[in-house]
Design a protein around this ligand. Structure first.
Ligand code: ATP
Ligand code: MG
Length: 264
């Protein structure tokens, strides 16, 4: 085991996304996962059926006791439902630990996970801590103020998001139509582009959470950002291809693809 990752995100009772996907992904990468839960969702593959927030002081308490005692080599943030949650998490974030910030706004089933009035807080308060920001296309449209319909639009939106003061943006192309799928990692030094065939599947619940947490695990293990992203993408794809087929909606991935209990 190598690499301590503190995850600040919401719980998905269905186990496919959120904190549950984050813990599984970090574990599957050989890292050690710790959590500060920001909200509870009653959720399954079909949708989000209820949300209960966690009080900001208690989010901070979870982070502080973990950081004081166990420490962290990387931090991942996911669902931060409103401005008070963002402020609470950022009040405890250390400046010298890499942060993968997944700016979660809407769940796969369409349920809002970020109060729209909190977008400005996210930009002003969270982004300055970021090592890499990992928006999907709808989130990138909100953050860049642009409409994104083509890969050229993706390149331009990534450039705009770099001007928000983050050192790197991983813009995920999962939401663009087409048989090919492109992700871009933009930094002031240039852009890395990955292109793959789209996997024809409804089992894509938690792809974004899984990707961001795998990247955080890579950074926690001392990998360079581009290598961490490349490994995380390979992991998400493998987990998607071996999805167990559970649920009637957007089903979960197989987070265990890297494990082999038969070796015990
Ligand atoms: N059908 C697919 N086939 C192959 N790769 C995919 C597919 N859908 C998403 N991905 C990949 O999964 C990763 C996450 O992208 P996506 O755009 O789904 O994020 P997201 O919308 O934030 O996910 P989530 O709904 O979990 O928040 C990206 O690397 C993307 O390329
Ligand atoms: Mg997402």
């Amino acid at each position: 085991m190598k690499g301590r990752v503190l995850i600040c995100a919401g719980s998905d009772s269905g186990g496919g996304a959120g904190i549950q996907a984050d813990i599984k992904a970090v574990t599957a990468m050989g890292g050690f996962a710790m959590t500060a839960i920001t909200a509870l969702t009653a959720q399954n593959t079909v949708g989000v059926h209820g949300v209960v927030g966690v009080e900001p002081w208690f989010i901070r308490r979870q982070m502080r006791v973990v950081l004081d005692d166990l420490g962290a080599d990387a931090i991942k943030t996911g669902m931060l439902a409103d401005s008070a949650t963002i402020e609470a998490v950022c009040a405890e974030l250390p400046r010298d630990v890499p942060l993968v910030a997944d700016p979660v706004m809407v769940a796969k089933g369409g349920h809002r996970l970020l109060d729209p009035s909190a977008t400005e807080t996210l930009k002003r308060v969270l982004l300055p801590f970021c090592t890499v920001l990992t928006p999907n296309l709808p989130e990138a449209e909100v953050l860049s103020g642009m409409t994104i319909r083509t890969e050229d639009d993706m390149h331009r939106a990534a450039e705009v998001m770099l001007t928000l003061g983050v050192p790197a943006v991983l813009l995920k192309g999962g939401h663009l139509d087409g048989e090919r799928l492109v992700d871009l990692l933009a930094t002031p030094d240039g852009t890395t582009r990955w292109e793959d065939a789209r996997v024809a599947t409804r089992h894509t619940h938690g792809t974004g959470c899984t990707l961001a947490s795998s990247i955080a695990a890579g950074l926690a293990q001392g990998m360079a950002l581009e290598a961490a992203v490349a490994r995380a993408r390979r992991y998400v794809r493998a987990a998607m291809l071996s999805a167990p087929g559970y649920g009637a909606g957007h089903g979960p991935l197989d987070h265990t693809v890297t494990l082999d209990p038969a070796r015990l």
